[in-house]
Ligand binder design. Structure first.
Ligand code: SAH
Length: 218
């Protein structure tokens, strides 16, 4: 069962988490406000509430994880989300990152390849309470051509390479934040698309993500 109460104790734990993430170098106040606002314990079974505000990744269903809060904040800061930005997310997972982006005012289109996770999110009333989030069951390597182009794209699984179809679905001047590499560690990249379809690449820190896999899973 998921908890649905958010009391002063949870808010206090989140304040500590925000201070912790700030001390690790996150400076974007809108990102920190979103972390303060979104009850991360709602995304875990009530048995794990005490782990919700540790700055760690945590296992969810189907062998997947809810990303570490610092990683969510890091990617959100690189994406520099502005209100009404149209953002494509690859790897819905727990929907925590999607809720952080929506809390920051983005219009979020999020894709998950695992049907069970997609279906759980359809029943997750907190995530469903954001009118700015649309959930899709599909293969993130394909993106969402029907809804393209996007201002921004965030990939939250380890990409073996930069998917060309995703670059194609970005607006000129659009930004993609993507962890790339097949090994244990991925390099966080930020790409900015040029008008001729090429892109400028910046390299950031290394992180460890679950793999981005081809195709849908039933
Ligand atoms: N953003 C998530 C992180 C989840 S972990 C959160 O905030 O919790 C990465 C997720 O990406 C997993 O749920 C995994 O099933 C999904 N995934 C992996 N490859 C994918 C693909 N090709 N398309 C869509 N989702 C994918």
């Amino acid at each position: 069962m998921r908890p649905s109460e958010d009391n002063y104790l949870h808010k206090g734990l989140r304040k500590n988490l925000v201070n912790n993430i700030r001390a690790k170098g996150i400076t974007n106040e809108r990102v920190l406000e979103a972390i303060q606002a979104v009850p991360r314990h709602f995304f875990l079974d009530s048995a794990f509430t005490k782990h919700a505000y540790e700055d760690r990744a945590f296992p969810i269903a189907e062998g997947q994880t809810i990303s570490q809060p610092y990683t969510v904040a890091y990617q959100s800061q690189l994406l520099d989300v502005k209100p009404f930005d149209k953002v494509l997310e690859i790897g819905t997972g727990s929907a925590y990152q999607a809720c952080i982006l929506a809390e920051m005012g983005a219009q979020v289109y999020t894709i998950e390849r695992q049907k069970k996770l997609y279906e759980q999110n359809k029943l997750f009333s907190y995530a469903r309470s954001f009118p700015g989030i649309r959930f899709f069951y599909g293969d993130g390597f394909e993106g969402l051509p029907t809804y393209a182009p996007f201002d921004k794209i965030i990939v939250t699984a380890a990409a073996p390479f930069i998917p060309e179809k995703l670059i194609a679905q970005l607006k000129t001047g659009g930004v993609m934040v993507i962890p790339v590499n097949e090994g244990d560690l991925q390099r966080m990249l930020r790409l900015v698309k040029n008008s001729d379809g090429s892109f400028i690449e910046e390299r950031f820190d290394q992180f460890s993500f679950v793999p981005m896999k081809e195709g849908k899973k039933n």
